[in-house]
Design a protein around this ligand. Structure first.
Ligand code: CA
Length: 718
């Protein structure tokens, strides 16, 4: 026994000696350090790791600023494609990718999640939550998703159909899934990116036009258990208020329709967090309906719609609110991204919150107290003359702005002076880069009296304008402008701007390399100098770009990445105005680096000729009835006047074989292709009236086209 022990000892000594010899000659490579899991502390300190992009706005302050400067205003001209990754579905793409230690996590249409090698674009895994394709009609604004959150080894997805799903970051398997709907049975959709804060995942709500009641929820990130939920509008008065702030809010509702119709105030996009104040900041959307009279609220403020609300991160307890648009009557969602910044105002350092919502005013708010510090117009805005800093309220010019009884042209219209496309802030220039737009719109109450709020469709409380005349369409299109604005939030004034022919351009990225990146509605990615706004570089994107770009570093090389993919509410409803640039949707991740030489496949621009047209077999009265049904049920996706916006099938090009099965398609035969079922909604005569109206519009198109060559349109439902 002793001998064996000694022998072991000798062998051990020999082994030690051998290892020692090896150490002396060639040291073994040090094992690559495993980076710690992303957690709240790492996201809060994101600036200590400039190469990563850990949350949708990069860090909790949502500034969308990259401290990387290897790509800069001096060399950006040499930027080329490093790689591209084609997505599965060519519909709206709104996500900002996250990059964690060389892995990119992003999302496409129908909430499909992609994990890619950030250096090569190679697919590591894909997670398809199998959102029923026929549910596409459950939200106003396309089957989009604005990206994921990553924390503690998991990727969190807010799926379109209302589920919050935790996915294991390593292999794309599902860890847990919960239903983030509140059990009310109301139409509901999720499109915003969740936010990971400490042990919680925050997720909002969507669908105000469909009678949703707005709220934000926090779930335990390990188990999916609901930690807290903050409703933004009061519910059934026969039941106790879910939080004390709602008792205060209820006093600002004068009618009794709101709680029956859901109320709105959905938290469909922006959520920010300040670890120092411990507060979560989120923006809320419009009420149900847009029209204040249709929702029975001629003069109530209607808290907390169109507001920024701050709650305590750990408990969801109310801290403060600022209502940007009291008694909203214009679909002025306050859901544009909220940026947290430290600025010097009147010689004093201030911790502020910067916001440029749809209503056209740029707000600077003290983020500890909610005090309004300043508000100025950043785009043409006619509904209010100014914001009174003493009362904090907008001074509304009702003669110009109140369309609830008679039609008015109002700026901004419902597309907003700045919609969800994220703005960025550079602490280096002190400027905010706003993807703004000039969008005066005609708003009109229902021509038919006694119009009722209906479940499952858009309830905006008015008629959508119907410019059938192509000349009028041209005129409106010509008046819409996109504008990238560099805004000084301290002086509250524009420093420079770039104009685009189209609205609905992409979000922005600011970098330490004195650059601002933006994708455009007409299918490009462009870089400007951040200080002066000089255009320094552009690349084709093969598709309209809406999403916000981002930047990261792998193995010492800087990359700039953006999701290309046209869609959202504008091309769905906007008809010829949205299809101005004739850019087909092609959904793809585009990633650039200095000297990159990857190529982009040629865009799909095959012109489609008008098929053989059917004969119109309906009288004027039936056609008018068909038009009315179309505008109330079909136009929100197939465009005003049956003019496709370039995203989904232009029904004027419907082929005879599809006309033959039209009633079946309306009843759900193509639900797996994204056409929702309207089974039970219409009589057979109604369906035929809609079809006859479509045929009439095909004939109108033939007349308009005359001898012009055919234009590219998306393929009809196959
Ligand atoms: Ca809205």
């Amino acid at each position: 026994m002793k001998a064996i022990f000694l022998r072991h000892l000798a062998l051990a000594g020999l082994a030690a000696l051998t290892v020692g010899c090896q150490r002396n000659s060639t040291p073994p490579p040090a094992p690559a350090p495993t980076p710690p899991e992303v957690d709240s502390a790492r996201i809060a300190a994101v600036d200590s790791e400039p190469g990563n992009w850990l949350s949708t706005g990069r860090g909790y302050n949502e500034q969308r600023y990259s401290p990387l400067d290897k790509v800069n205003s001096g060399n950006v001209a040499k930027l080329g494609l490093a790689w591209t990754h084609k997505l599965d579905i060519d519909r709206g793409v709104e996500a900002t990718p996250l990059v964690v230690d060389g892995v990119m996590y992003t999302t496409g249409a129908y909430s499909i999640v992609y994990a890619l090698n950030a250096k090569t674009g190679e697919l590591l895994w894909k997670y398809d939550p199998q959102v029923p394709r026929g549910k596409s009609g459950n939200a106003c604004c396309d089957v989009v998703n604005r990206g994921v959150a990553v924390s503690q080894g998991k990727v969190y997805l807010a799926a379109f159909d209302g589920r919050l799903i935790a996915i294991n970051a390593k292999d794309g398997t599902k860890a847990w899934e919960v239903d983030a709907k509140d059990g009310s049975g109301r139409t509901f959709a999720l499109t915003g990116a969740p936010l990971a804060v400490k042990n919680l995942v925050l997720v909002g709500s969507g669908g105000a036009e469909y009678n949703a009641r707005g709220y934000i929820s926090a779930y335990d990130n390990a188990t999916g258990k609901l930690a807290w939920r903050f409703y933004t509008v009061p519910g059934d008065p026969a039941k106790p208020d879910e939080n004390p702030a709602l008792t205060m809010a209820r006093k600002t509702w004068t009618g009794d329709q709101y709680w029956k119709q859901g109320g709105g105030g959905t938290v469909w996009n922006s959520i920010a967090y300040d670890p120092e104040t411990g507060l979560i900041y989120f923006g809320t959307g419009n009420g149900v309906s847009w029209n204040k009279l249709e929702r029975g609220e001629p003069d109530g403020d209607n808290l907390f719609i169109s507001s920024i609300v701050a709650v305590k991160a750990e408990t969801g307890e109310y801290a403060w609110h600022y209502q940007e648009t009291p008694n909203d009557n214009w679909d002025y969602d306050a859901c544009a991204n909220i940026v947290l910044a430290d600025v010097t105002l009147a010689g004093q350092p201030r911790k502020v919150l910067l916001h440029a919502p749809k209503n056209g005013f740029f707000y600077v708010i003290d983020r500890k107290t909610g005090e309004l510090l300043s508000a100025e117009k950043f785009a043409p805005t006619t509904w209010a003359t100014h914001v009174d800093l003493k009362t904090g309220r907008p001074v509304v010019d009702q003669k110009i702005a109140d369309w609830s009884r008679s039609a008015k042209v109002i700026a901004p219209g419902p597309f907003g002076a700045h919609n969800w496309q994220p703005m960025s802030f550079s602490p280096k220039t002190g400027l905010v880069y706003i993807p703004a737009q000039e969008v005066a719109s005609l708003m009109a109450p229902h021509a038919k009296p006694g119009f009722d709020n209906r479940e499952g469709v858009w309830n905006i409380g008015g008629d959508l304008p119907l410019p059938a005349d192509p000349k009028v369409v041209e005129q409106i299109a010509g008046s819409l402008k996109g504008r990238l604005i560099a805004w000084d939030p301290v002086a509250q004034k524009q420093v420079w701007s770039q104009e685009y022919r189209n609205i609905w351009n992409g979000g922005t990225l600011a970098t330490a390399g004195n650059l601002v990146f933006q994708g455009t509605a007409d299918g490009r990615v462009v870089a400007y100098s951040a200080d002066k706004g000089e255009k320094l570089w552009e690349s084709p994107a093969n598709s309209g770009v809406m999403a916000g770009p981002m930047s990261y570093e792998v193995d010492g090389e800087q990359y700039v990445s953006v999701m290309a993919g046209w869609g959202g509410v504008f091309p769905l409803i906007g008809g010829a105005i949205a299809n101005y640039a004739k850019v087909r949707p092609e959904s793809r991740v585009l990633t650039f680096k200095l000297g990159g030489s990857a190529s982009l496949p040629a865009p799909k621009h095959e012109p489609v000729p008008l098929p053989e047209l059917q004969e119109v077999k309906a009288d004027e009265k039936t056609l008018a009835h068909g038009a009315e049904l179309f505008i109330g049920n079909c136009a929100q996706c197939h465009g005003l006047n049956v003019v496709g916006g370039g995203l989904i099938p232009d029904l004027r090009y419907l082929t005879p074989d599809k006309h033959a099965i039209f009633a079946g398609i309306v009843a759900g035969a193509k639900a797996d292709r994204g056409m929702p079922s309207f089974a039970g909604r219409f009589s057979a005569e109604d369906v035929e009236a809609i079809r006859q109206y479509i045929i009439q519009r095909s004939h109108d198109l033939k007349t308009e086209l005359g001898s012009q060559p055919p234009t590219p349109v998306p393929a009809t439902h196959s």
